[in-house]
Design a protein around this ligand. Structure first.
Ligand code: 5GP
Length: 265
């Protein structure tokens, strides 16, 4: 598929215009950044693994009726996605205390939360994605009340589904970040605004621990210099059943892509 002009370049991905209006091509880079770009590296194969893992997770969500921007994976590094208007909020769902929650409130790392905790951060790199309250969202019109209520429900539902999915492969879903976008469609002749999961869901955006050993299999390997990031991501792909046993980074051998059924709008 021929890529059009570059629409946006982020830390780990590039978005290009797709041949058809309303769609984009999302390209996964090998770049890794942490601590708001203070730590940077290029890790060969990371983009390929995230493309494949995110495809698997987003298409599973599409299948159970939680709509995402993913249309299909095009190649090793690219996906065809629906173009959406991104809501400038990062939705963080936490099941176990880790990362910024432990630092902010002094809660011990690994504390299992009584129920999932949803946090909102304003998506703004120069402000370091600050934590915000629902009231900030309304005050500065980042998202309307009805949309925020619908997204809140979706976040808990996505958490239930993903927790189950990872539990089945002996992985604890510690926390994760979601981004949502809006797209306007016509349904029965009238305009409808759809809320779609955007961006990616991958070991770059989730904390994933081995259920028995609590070994970190996610981007914390890079953030905290815990070893080989690719080995962690490959382990996740292998357990999800999308990576052949014993493959090294080059070449990464994946099982055949699963057919993605797109619901007719
Ligand atoms: P924390 O707030 O503890 O740093 O992050 C909570 C969760 O959200 C972690 O799984 C982390 O990977 C994810 N997360 C939060 N902000 C970002 C971000 O800007 N980029 C990425 N890739 N993940 C994020």
């Amino acid at each position: 598929m021929k890529k059009g002009k570059k629409l946006y370049e982020g830390k780990a991905k590039i978005l290009y215009a797709a041949p058809e209006k309303g769609f984009a091509i999302q390209h996964f880079k090998d770049d890794a950044t942490a601590f708001n770009n203070l730590k940077k590296s290029t890790i060969e194969g990371k983009g390929i693994l995230n493309n494949r893992i995110s495809e698997h997770i987003l298409s599973s969500l599409n299948h159970i009726g939680i709509e995402t921007h993913l249309v299909k994976r095009i190649n090793m590094r690219e996906q065809l996605v629906k173009l959406v208007e991104i809501i400038p909020i990062e939705f963080i769902v936490r099941n176990i205390a880790s990362g910024s929650l432990t630092k902010r409130l002094g809660i011990e790392e690994g504390t299992v939360l009584e129920k999932p905790l949803l946090e909102f951060c304003y998506k703004n790199d120069s402000l370091e994605d600050p934590l915000i309250a629902r009231e900030h969202i309304y005050a500065f019109n980042y998202c309307d009340m009805a949309t925020l209520d619908r997204i809140t429900k979706k976040c808990y539902r996505i958490n239930d589904f993903l927790q189950g999915m990872f539990k089945a492969i002996e992985i604890k879903l510690v926390d994760f970040k979601l981004e949502f976008g809006l797209t306007k469609l016509e349904e029965d002749g009238s305009p409808v605004v759809k809320i779609l999961i955007a961006d990616e869901i991958s070991p770059d955006t989730c904390r994933l621990w081995d259920a028995t050993t609590d070994k970190k299999l996610d981007k914390d390997i890079f953030r905290k210099d815990l070893g080989n990031l690719i080995e962690g991501y490959q382990e996740i792909a292998r357990r999800l059943g999308i990576l052949h046993e014993q493959s090294n980074i080059s070449p990464i051998k994946f099982t055949k892509p699963t057919a993605v059924k797109i619901k007719k709008k």
